[in-house]
Write a protein that binds this ligand. Sequence first.
Ligand code: SD4
Length: 343
Amino acid sequence: MDRRKFINLSGLGLTSFSIPNFIPSITDLNRIQPIVASTWDAGLRANVAAWDVLKKGGTALDAVEQGVMVTESEINCCVGLDANPDRDGIVTLDASIMDHEFNCGSVAFLERIKHPIAVARKVMEKSPHVFLVGAGAQAFALANGFNLESGELSEQAKKNYKEWLKQSKYQPIINVEKNQSVAYLDPAYNAPKKLMDGNWNHDTIGMIAMDQMGNLSGSCTTSGAGFKMRGRVGDSPIIGAGLYVDNEVGAVVATGQGEDVIRVAGASAVVEWMRQGKSPEEACRLVVEKVNRIKKDKAKDIQVCFVAINKKGEVGAYSLQKGFNFSVYNNTGNHLNDASYLF
Ligand code: SD4
């Protein structure tokens, strides 16, 4: 199903519904359909786990945590411990999570822990803080029962790092996806090999969801930019930049060049445009256009993308460059959609 058809289905009311401001009545509960949206085509696989939680009446928070854990676990994937290292040859991970009551947790510069998103949730629920980094984040993870992994690079990352060392030049790639949009209706579907062929063009999965109660949550997890400086942290663990949730308005997640998402407080800015009445796609576009204005002629060298859900359960996305796609699972199935773009 292509994006246009998907939007047509939305027009028929299959994906849109109104959400009450306070406790939903039984009638409202019957009307609210859960929905999950995530970045890139890896989101198709992650969505399956998230949908599993949502369709059973689970919370959006559980859904977005379970969903991105699928991607963090994928072998030969560009997110998580198998991903590209920093320029010293070490994989460092960033993640954030946020629920419908402004509770949030983040970790950054975290080494040798398989599920940074689950550590971020523990920071949110079991610490007095919202953000832990580096050795402190790792110690917190170990104290909370997470295993210390070997820290050895995956085979693909070793190859990529060896290749990178030849020039040792930090040149962020423009994140685009080569796969076409596809209908993806079978929850038992296994990802085609080509989706995990080591030809990594991005490093992140972000996910936002609305549950049957009409509550929103979001998550974001990444290995950051490949071959980054040691200690570099991007937008993904920064609440308001890579991720933001305001349960009265909507939820937003970002991917692309983190430095330029941070500059415009990206996810929070998109939420504020939705508060002004813009649709999710329009709100994403307005912030992408701001990045374009700020970066001037350098905008052509970067990618910035947003995905948003509003309180009506409408989803939209927008990117600077062509080639960003996002995955949406609702009661019509699991779909990969091409985002609209500026260039
Ligand atoms: C970062 N935003 O660390 C992440 C990178 C990304 O697909 O999204 N890559 O800047």
